[in-house]
Write a protein that binds this ligand. Structure first.
Ligand code: GLC
Length: 465
């Protein structure tokens, strides 16, 4: 079938999106855990990078001499930033040293503060879509953090006395703000170091994180108490990715398992966002110890490759890396499904979302498709307007056609599976599993990308009604 015809078919299907959004209002309760922080976002120019390198006395050779991805000196911030700028990639490096944080305050500054951390970002997104109660876990909630929560009465957290309150009104005065620097750079910008010029190939960001609490998975007792005492319809879990083996990360990850079991016993549906986990030991713990116990997992193509790399499938990982096409990525998804044994796994990639789930899973393929269409619309709204802080932005992209990229990817996959109807219906059965595939709406010049994956995964799930 021609793409124009397929696009018209999908436009008809997407027409249900406003109704799907309405139905989120039926969701009684959602919780997000664990990582909430403040993001200090700064657009940094190539010129400024060169100035900072000079100020810190860094030669090109020194800038490129990287032995670790931990920020031990201000120079390391420049090394990470330069590496990401010249290759157009995204990385996050961590520090435990407050003097690095102070150096960033004094030498970098920021353009704006916004909500950071998967937990915080998802909490804002779900509250604006209208779920009745959204509980956000915060291990630090001074006024500066509280201000990053949307001023909505259905968005809740806990004050210093453990009392439930609208998150934006809380001020736990003794808490320290946890600020992550998001250094964004633009495609086409260039920097000249030691007479050599480097041009950035893709807009992206480098994150420099000082966060003594999230790096230790510190939990708020009032939150965990609430969570163990009653059923919460959905829990969106993340925040393990910043842990490291040296920082007791493996044990901290394992220690959260009793909580997960308790929540499951209460009847909660638990979704885990894997996120980009650099530490291999922690990544393996998430994959083998946590993921098998949750109901649903969310990954992007990079995270899928990361999983293959540590589960003995290096060859497939390499294939996916060399050609990040829907066929290879589906093979990855199927492989990961078998390793993790999680009932539902959703992969989102450029132009396409794929959900693979057990036949008897409690969310039907039809519901999944509805949730995914809502997520694709909201994600395009976020990219097109810059934020989804207001309900009106959620449906900004409603009525736009899906992209050719997505249609072609889905067509190719359907052909490969011997199920060409996939490109038209979005459904196929593969090896006894249900596959749901969705071509998405793409925005030409996205105004923002940070937190996009978290938004897609959580809205796909909570919108699957
Ligand atoms: C990581 C970063 C956080 C950022 C988030 C976006 O959790 O630490 O600063 O907001 O990713 O997904």
């Amino acid at each position: 079938m021609e793409n124009t015809h397929l696009k018209a078919e999908w436009l008809k299907k997407y027409a249900i999106v406003p109704q799907t959004l309405e139905r989120i209002k039926e969701v009684k309760s959602v919780a997000t855990a664990f990582n909430t922080n403040v993001d200090a976002v700064l657009k940094i120019s190539g010129k400024k990078i060169a100035e900072l390198a000079q100020k810190l006395g860094l030669s090109l050779k020194e800038l490129e001499d990287i032995h670790h991805t931990k920020l031990e000196k201000p120079q390391d911030v420049l090394k990470g930033l330069f590496k990401c700028f010249k290759s157009g990639i995204a990385e996050e490096w961590l520090t435990e040293d407050k003097t690095i944080y102070d150096w960033m305050v004094n030498n970098l500054g920021y353009d704006r503060l916004q909500m950071g951390g998967q937990g915080g970002i998802v909490a804002n997104a779900l509250a604006v879509t209208g779920a009745k109660k959204v509980y956000a876990h915060t291990n630090s909630l001074p006024a500066l953090q509280a201000k990053q929560f949307l001023a909505l009465e259905n968005l809740l957290s806990f004050d210093e006395n453990g009392q439930e309150q609208a998150a934006y009104k809380i001020n736990r005065e003794k808490d320290i703000p946890l600020i992550h620097w998001i250094l964004e750079f633009d495609k086409g910008d260039s920097t000249t170091i030691d007479g050599q010029t480097f041009t950035c190939p893709k807009s992206n960001r480098f994150i420099a994180t000082y966060d003594p609490l999230n790096l230790r998975l510190i939990m708020d007792k009032a939150f965990t108490k609430k969570m163990s005492s009653e059923e919460i319809e959905y829990v969106v879990l993340s925040g393990y990715h910043a842990l490291t083996e040296n920082n007791n990360g493996v044990k901290l990850t394992e220690d959260s398992l009793p909580l997960i079991h308790q929540w499951k016993q209460n009847g909660d549906l638990i979704h885990l966002e894997i996120a980009s986990t650099q530490d291999i030991a922690v990544r393996k713990t998430i994959i083998f110890k946590i993921a098998p116990h949750v109901d649903s997992v969310g990954i992007n193509e990079r995270e899928a490759i990361d999983i293959l790399e540590v589960t003995g499938h290096e060859e497939l990982a390499k294939k996916c890396n060399d050609d990040t096409h829907s066929i290879n990525m589906f093979k990855a998804l199927l492989n990961i499904k078998k390793t993790l044994k999680t009932p539902r796994i959703q992969l989102h990639m450029f132009g396409l979302y794929l959900t693979l789930q057990d036949k008897d899973f409690k969310i039907s393929p039809d519901s999944n498709l509805r949730g995914m269409m809502l997520a694709a619309t909201v994600a395009a709204g976020k990219a097109g307007t810059g934020n989804i802080n207001e309900a009106k932005n959620l449906l900004w992209a409603q009525g736009q056609e899906v992209s050719d990229v997505g249609i072609n990817e889905l067509k190719d996959l359907g052909k490969y599976l011997g199920k060409p109807q996939l490109a038209e219906t979005g459904f196929a059965e593969v090896e006894g599993y249900d596959l749901i595939g969705l071509p998405t709406i793409l925005v030409d010049k996205p105004k923002t990308l940070v937190g996009m994956g978290d938004t897609i995964s959580s809205i796909s799930l909570i919108g699957a009604r």
